[in-house]
Design a protein around this ligand. Sequence first.
Ligand SMILES: NC(=O)c1ccc[n+]([C@@H]2O[C@H](COP(=O)([O-])OP(=O)(O)OC[C@H]3O[C@@H](n4cnc5c(N)ncnc54)[C@H](O)[C@@H]3O)[C@@H](O)[C@H]2O)c1
Length: 326
Amino acid sequence: MTVLVTGAAGFIGFSAARALLQRGEPVLGIDNLNDYYDVRLKEARLAELRKHGDFRFQKLDVADWDGMMAVAKANPGIDRMVHLAAQAGVRHAMVDPMSYMRSNLDGHVILLEVARRLEGLKHIAYASTSSVYGDSKAMPFSIHDPVDKPRSLYAATKRGGELISLAYSQLFGIPMTGLRFFTVYGPWGRPDMAAWLFAAAIIEGRPLQLFNSGKMERDFTYIDDIVFGILAALDRIPALDAEGRRHALYNLGNNAPEDLRRFLAIIEQTCGRKAIIENLPMQPGDVVKNNADITESRRDLGYEPRTPIDVGLPNFIKWYRDFYGK
Ligand SMILES: NC(=O)c1ccc[n+]([C@@H]2O[C@H](COP(=O)([O-])OP(=O)(O)OC[C@H]3O[C@@H](n4cnc5c(N)ncnc54)[C@H](O)[C@@H]3O)[C@@H](O)[C@H]2O)c1
């Protein structure tokens, strides 16, 4: 029994892998360690995971067909997968579009082809995103909403991953659960996201960029809540639906949208310093608000977000200061 975790050196992959190891599960981690952000942070996360006996790691691209097939052959004991490897980020898709096609579409199909070849495979939990809802005005976003108006290539590729999963669960009977994460933050977080960008700039006394004067709302979701949701989803194989598929989708959000300006104020307060703000217009691809309807996640997964930003942000900033000695 082994759980394959893709994107294991990433923010959420590392956090999920650590939780799996802590509950005694053998984990095989895969990551291509790309340089979208500082590779030393990814390596530091892997060093943490290596402190656990049952962790193995392979540096590999999920879109490398031969490499991934070799993983399937060498590890017939993989019985579950947590698929988190992806090219993330809404804005970067305008800089390097093909990295989204390769990691999020080719990589997704190849992972499912690996799954087809693993006889003992029981379930795949995979990452999707709140970005699939685009700029929908129907709040909160429900998994029953139409999601056919993506505002970025990132959102389009992640929606593509959901549709590919639906097809594979139908064609090959692979049970799968897609998880739409909402703006995740916390210790070991991602350097391209607001919590990190704001805290780093304030601590270093640099100006920070605030889009749309901070007039945005996000369901900022703490990493521990997300990890609870991932493990609960992994442990629950979806029931067979009327069309013969075992496929489910869940929102994992905080269900409490916060004004970005309050988010920034808590960071300022925790750091004990005011931000130097450079106001910029709304960025293409960005959305004004997101808010998760978590009715089904509560009902089926027992998911209940427990960490408000007043607690989560100070936790993150403490980790950041310890990690960088600042
Ligand atoms: N962090 C969020 O707020 C958020 C929100 C919605 C969805 N997601 C999704 O959650 C997942 C994890 O995101 P994260 O925040 O941990 O990002 P991350 O960038 O920290 O982690 C992704 C990891 O995948 C690896 N990777 C990328 N392409 C790969 C490839 N082709 N082959 C192998 N490894 C590859 C990267 O090196 C990285 O370590 C992604 O699927 C992302 O789309 C994240």
